[in-house]
Design a binder for this molecule. Sequence first.
Ligand SMILES: [Zn+2]
Length: 363
Amino acid sequence: MNIFKKTLMTTLVSLTIGSSLSVSANGQSAVMQYLEAVTLPENGIAAREAGTENEQKTADFVVKTFSEMGYKPVVHKFTHPVLNKKGAFLKSSNIIADIKGASDNMLVLGAHFDSTGSDKGSQGAMDNGVGLAVMLAVASYISQQEQLPYSIRFIAFGAEEIGKVGSRAYLESLQETPEVIANIIGMVNLDTVAGGDYLYVHSAHTTPYKCGGDNSNYNAETSMRQAVLQASQEQLGDAAHKIHPEFPGYPEGVTGDWSDHESFSCNGIAIAYIETTNFQINGKDGYDGYSQSTNPGLWDCFDPDKVTACDRESETQWGRIWHSGNDQLKHLESVFPGRVQKQLDANVKVLNAFFSNADKYLN
Ligand SMILES: [Zn+2]
C-alpha cells in the first residue's frame, strides 16, 4: 500500500467514527463490531444452527453489511437433506460478494456463518463468528482499494457444521460453468481464526480427501499456504502464522477435511486454511491440535509441566473452545482478556496485505 492510500485510509476512518462499519467512539475496531453483532445474545443472534431462524438472521446481516460496503451480494439458496423437527428439509444459503480485479483470475475468501453445539451452550463466537468477522473486515478494506491484481469473491457459507453443505452446494452450482471453476486460482478458508493459542495456516492433506468418487482433480498444492505465510511473516514478524509439526497421520502443515476448504480441494483448487489452536498440547488423542489452549480456564485441571490434563482419565474440557459452552465471547474475554481482538486484528492485517497484493505473494 502506498503512502497516498495510507493517508486516504486514515482520513476515511476518522470521518466515519461512530458508524457501524468503521471505528466506534470507544475505539473498538469494525471487526469486533461484526463479531459482536452475530455472537452476543443481547444483539439478537448468538447460536446459529444450520436451518434455523438465527442462521437466516445472520445471512441477512451479511447481505446488509456487504451492501453497505458497496458490493452487490448474491444469495445462493439451497436445501439440504436433513429434516428439521417439523419433518421438512432444512433451508440455508451462501452469501457471495464479488469485486473485479485487473485479471479474471479469481481468489476466494470464505468463512462459514452457522454454528453448532448450542445444546452445550456454544454461541459460535470462535466457531465461526470470528472467521465471518475477519472476512467482512477484509471485504471492507478491499472495497476501498483502487487496483487489485486479481478478482476476489467473498463467500459466507451456510450449513457447514452439518457436513459442509453450503460449500458443497456452491461448487455443485458451478459444475455447469467449468470456466468459472478454472478461473479460481486459490481459496482461503477462515474457521476458528481466534481463541486458540497460536495462529496456523495449513494446506490440504497430501492424501486426497474423500471427494465422492472421482479424485482426479484433487489439489494439495502448498502454493496458497506459502503465499499467506509470506504475507504473515512480513506483516506480523515473530507473531506470524505457523506451520504445524508432523503428527501421526498428518505430515507437517497439512489439514483434514473438516471445513469448507475440502469442497475446493476436491475441485482442483489450491487452498490455505487459517485456524487458531495449539499443536504443542498432548490432547485427548495426542498432539493433534484438538486442544486449543493451555489456559487453565478451559481445563478441569491443566498440568503446565506435562502440557496435558492433570488427570487424563477424568478431564472433560481438554482446552477446547469449539462446539462447547466455552465458545462464548464474554466468557473468553474473561479467560484471556484482549486475545480475541488481537488475533482478529492480526488476521485482518495479513489478509488485507495478501488480497490487495496477491500477485506479489503468488509469483
Ligand atoms: Zn467451524
